[in-house]
Design a protein around this ligand. Structure first.
Ligand code: ASP
Ligand code: MG
Length: 442
C-alpha cells in the first residue's frame, strides 16, 4: 500500500481539496496523510502566543477570524445539508475548545493541544468530502498511533504496533486518511513532530506499514538542481539517492522535512516528491540507488552565524575542541560547519538565541570573532571522492566570491562553503553556470 502526503497548499482551499480527491481516487488502496490547511498552524501558533502573553482578548479575536474562514470552507466544500451539518459540528467542537483556554494556567502542554487542531480539522473535513463522493474512506486518528519517546524521537516500533491495531479496528476501506505532524509523547500527552513535520509523519507511517512507496505531494515538481528563486536556469532532478537527499533536505527544508529520508532509508522504501498542481509530472524519485556520479544540485541556507575562536592554547594541545563544543552543548545550540587551523577554529550555528552567552563563555578560551548574515551553500552529489579535480572546479567557479569557510570531505556527498548572504545569489548562479549547466552534468 502506498502512503501519500499532501501539504498545506495542496489542501489549502475547497478547490484544492477536490483536486487531491481526484488524484488519490484511482481505485487503489492507500493511506493519505494531510497537513493543516495553509496558514492555519501559523494562526494557531499566534493564538497560543497571545494566551502565553495573557492577551485573552487578542487570542479570542484571532479565534473568531479563523472560525469565519472555516465556516466558509465547510460551506463551499460540502454539498448536502446533512454533510454541511457534520462539517459545522467538526468546526464547532474545535472552536469551542480553542475558546476554552485560561491564560492564567497556559503552558507548553496547552499550546501543543492548540497547534494540533489544524490537522484534526483538515482530515475530518476531507474525510467528509470523500464520503460525500461515495468513496470508501476511514479516518485513522494519528493521536492513537503516532508516538515519540522521552527524548522526543519517533518511536517507530510502538507506532507500527499501534497503527496495525487502529487500522484493524475500523471497517475495511479503500482510502485511509490520517493527520501529519501530530502525535503523543511518552507521557501520552498531545505533542508534535515540529513545524513542517507532516512529511516526517508520512515517512514514519510508510515505514510502519511496510509501504511500497511514500509520496510527498507539494506545490513544486520536486527538488531542483538549484534554487529557482535565485537562479534562472534550474532543472528538476529526476533521481537522487537517500544519501544525496539527506544532505539536500537540510537546505531545502521548505521542500522536504530534513528527517523524512531516514525511516524510508532504513526500510528501503522509495520516496517520490510530486506536484499537486502538475500530477502528470514524474517528480523526483529518491531511492537507495545512486544515479551515477556527478554533481546533482546546489542549495543554500541563510541565517547562519560564523564564530571564530583564536587561541594560543589550541596549539599542540588536546581537549581544546572538546571544551569549545561543550559550551555549545550547554546552550543546546547545534553546530553545522566546522573548520580548524593550528591556532583557530571557526564554526557555524543557525540559531542566535544564546549567542551572547556563548560568546561570553568562549571568550575565556581566546579572541572571539562573530560574523552574522552568512549563508551556507552546499554542493551535493556522488562525486567528492571519486573525481580528482573536483575541488579545483568548484574553486574556479567561485572565483571572486569572498568565501569565509569551506567544508570538504565530511561526507562524499557534500561540499559546503560559507559566504556572506549578500553574495549568495552570485554564488548559486556561478555554480549553476560552471558546474551544473556545463559539460560536467550528466
Ligand atoms: N501543519 C504543520 C506546519 O505547518 C505541519 C506541516 O504542515 O508539515 O508546520
Ligand atoms: Mg512542508
Amino acid at each position: 500500500m502506498k502512503v501519500l502526503k499532501f501539504g498545506g497548499t495542496s489542501v489549502g482551499s475547497p478547490e484544492n481539496m477536490r483536486a487531491v480527491m481526484r488524484i488519490i481516487t484511482d481505485g487503489k488502496k492507500k493511506t493519505v496523510v494531510l497537513s493543516a490547511m495553509s496558514g492555519t498552524t501559523n494562526s494557531l501558533v499566534e493564538i497560543a502566543g497571545q494566551l502565553y502573553n495573557n492577551n485573552q482578548k487578542a487570542a479570542l479575536d484571532l479565534v473568531d477570524q479563523l472560525e469565519k474562514k472555516y465556516e466558509k470552507v465547510v460551506d463551499e466544500l460540502l454539498t448536502t445539508a446533512e454533510l454541511k451539518q457534520k462539517g459545522q459540528a467538526v468546526i464547532e467542537e474545535v472552536f469551542t475548545l480553542l475558546r476554552s483556554f485560561d491564560p492564567q494556567s497556559f503552558t507548553e502542554k496547552e499550546e501543543k493541544v492548540i497547534v494540533a487542531q489544524g490537522e484534526l480539522i483538515s482530515t475530518q473535513l476531507f474525510t467528509l468530502l470523500m464520503k460525500e463522493n461515495g468513496f470508501k474512506t476511514e479516518l485513522l486518528p494519528a493521536l492513537d498511533f503516532m508516538r515519540i519517546d522521552a527524548e522526543k524521537a519517533a518511536d517507530l516500533p510502538l507506532t507500527r504496533k499501534k497503527i496495525a491495531a487502529v487500522m484493524g479496528a475500523v471497517p475495511p476501506a479503500d482510502y485511509y486518511i490520517t493527520q501529519g505532524f501530530i502525535c503523543r509523547n511518552a507521557d501520552g500527552e498531545i505533542d508534535n513532530l515540529q513545524r513542517g513535520g507532516s512529511d516526517y509523519s508520512a515517512s514514519l507511517i510508510g515505514a510502519a506499514l511496510d509501504s511500497e512507496e511514500i509520496q510527498i505531494w507539494t506545490d513544486i515538481d520536486g527538488f531542483h538542481n538549484n534554487d529557482p528563486r535565485y537562479v534562472s536556469n534550474t532543472r528538476k532532478i529526476e533521481q537522487l539517492s537517500f544519501n544525496e537527499a539527506a544532505e539536500l533536505a537540510y537546505f531545502g527544508a521548505r521542500i522536504l522535512h530534513p528527517q523524512t529520508v531516514f525511516p524510508a532509508r532504513v526500510q528501503n522504501i522509495p520516496v517520490r516528491l510530486k506536484n499537486t498542481m502538475n500530477p502528470a509530472d514524474s517528480g523526483t524519485l529518491i531511492t537507495a540507488k545512486s544515479d551515477g556520479t556527478g554533481i546533482k544540485a546546489v542549495a543554500a541556507k541563510d541565517g547562519i552565524t560564523a564564530i571564530k575562536i583564536r587561541s594560543g592554547r589550541m596549539l599542540m594541545a588536546y581537549g581544546f575542541l572538546k571544551k569549545v563544543f561543550e559550551v555549545f552543548e550547554r546552550y543546546k545550540t547545534p553546530i553545522d560547519m566546522i573548520s580548524t587551523s593550528e591556532v583557530a577554529v571557526s564554526l557555524t550555528i543557525d540559531t542566535t538565541k544564546h549567542l551572547s552567552a556563548i560568546r561570553e563563555e568562549l571568550h575565556h578560551f581566546g579572541d572571539v570573532e562573530v560574523d552574522e548574515n552568512m549563508s551556507i551553500v552546499c554542493i551535493v552529489g556522488d562525486i567528492i571522492r571519486e573525481e580528482s579535480g573536483f575541488a579545483s572546479r568548484v574553486f574556479h567557479a567561485l572565483d571572486g566570491i569572498p568565501i569565509r569557510m569551506i567544508s570538504y570531505g565530511g561526507s562524499r556527498y557534500n561540499i559546503s562553503v560559507l559566504v556572506p548572504t549578500a553574495h549568495k545569489k552570485m554564488t548559486l548562479q556561478a555554480l549553476s553556470d560552471n558546474l551544473l549547466n556545463g559539460t560536467e552534468t550528466h
